[in-house]
Design a protein around this ligand. Structure first.
Ligand code: XMP
Length: 326
């Protein structure tokens, strides 16, 4: 993005370049919070990461970030959050590995909406527990962006940020990017020095890999989702497709299919590759992927991921198919 790009204008008429926007928000944040402490649920997604970086610039260690690992993150994600925020930016970061808690709650639950509900509620519970251990925190920072506000006003969806954490926590909100669109948030993130892979991260659902491990989640099948997803991402990056394909991931459905291992017939899972091009996620198409790339990914998943026999490429456009499998 060029230096001259103006941001914030599309939403509220303020025409600022990225550096001016950052300086303005740093001043506003300092004015709002004074020497108070601010809490932030840092998922590692673009919006919360950019808000964290802005707040660190403004108030340093007065910001307390809480990164909850619900066990449904992609391979390497919690480590990246810790490295970028704690080690590189010196953030005051609380890391909570709540994997067992979430997976225990999700055991034997196969209905997609119930799974989502459990993940959402448990997230709030873990966050509240962490918040209650801290004293004198008055503010809660959130990565609300302008499309969230438009969508919740139109009633399209419950505002996932504000709706996510209960008002009863009694915090005053700090929402420094709420008048920005996604591309503007990314520009701010880049200017604040966040890594490219974090700023340009593909969309990732709040319930994480939980929606890609269909039916009742088991640890072994979840591991197959995580490992196959990591191979797919690695191969797409090596093929120069990162940033060119809207979203790509793998799904491991709760079905068994025959395979042959050491001469014996065995029941194993299929891995489904989902890759889509899109402009707004409302409609999507499967790109024509290079055949050799698909063969390489297939061979790697078959040999490196435990419990898998075959690999499929989902070519279904949306609609009628959705992007996720749930
Ligand atoms: P579907 O499957 O409905 O997905 O075609 C559309 C887009 O939304 C993403 N998605 C989510 N994003 N929180 C999010 O922030 C969620 O809970 C969620 N669920 C789905 C999905 O990955 C796709 O990009």
């Amino acid at each position: 993005m060029s230096e001259e790009k103006k941001i914030g204008g599309r939403a509220f008429g303020g025409e600022l370049n990225v550096e001016e926007f950052i300086a303005q928000q740093v001043a506003l944040i300092r004015e709002q919070v004074g020497d108070g402490k601010v809490l932030l649920a840092l998922s590692g997604g673009v919006d919360s990461s950019v808000v964290a970086a802005l707040l660190i610039r403004a108030i340093g260690e007065q910001l307390v970030c809480v990164h909850v690992n619900h066990g449904l993150l992609r391979k390497g994600e919690p480590e990246q959050v810790i490295e970028v925020f704690r080690e590189n930016l010196g953030a005051n970061l609380i890391y909570v590995d709540a994997t067992d808690r979430f997976l225990d709650k999700l055991a034997n639950v196969s209905d997609p909406e119930t799974k989502r509900k459990i993940i959402g509620e448990e997230f709030i519970r873990v966050f509240e527990e962490e918040a209650s251990k801290l004293t004198d925190v008055k503010f809660l920072a959130q990565g609300t962006i302008y499309p969230d506000i438009i969508e919740s006003e139109k009633g399209v969806k419950a505002h996932h940020n504000v709706g996510g954490l209960p008002e009863k926590l009694g915090f005053e909100l700090v929402e420094p990017v709420k008048y920005l669109f996604k591309d503007e948030v990314r520009a701010v993130g880049e200017a604040l020095g966040l890594p490219h892979s974090m700023v340009w991260r593909q969309p990732f659902p709040g319930p994480g890999l939980g929606v890609r491990c269909t039916g009742a989640i088991t640890r072994d099948r979840l591991e197959a989702v995580r490992e196959s997803d990591a191979i797919l991402r690695e191969e797409f990056a090596a093929a120069g497709l990162e940033g060119k394909i809207w979203q790509y991931f793998t799904v491991v459905p709760d079905i068994r299919t025959t395979g042959v291992v050491d001469g014996k017939r065995t029941d194993l899972w299929p891995v489904i590759i989902r890759a889509i091009t899109s402009v707004d996620a409302m409609s999507a198409a499967a790109p024509r992927l290079d055949w050799e790339l698909l063969e390489r990914i297939t061979r790697r998943i078959q040999s490196e991921v435990k419990g898998v026999s075959r690999v499929l490429y989902d070519m279904s456009p949306k609609p009628p198919a959705t992007i996720e499998w749930e």
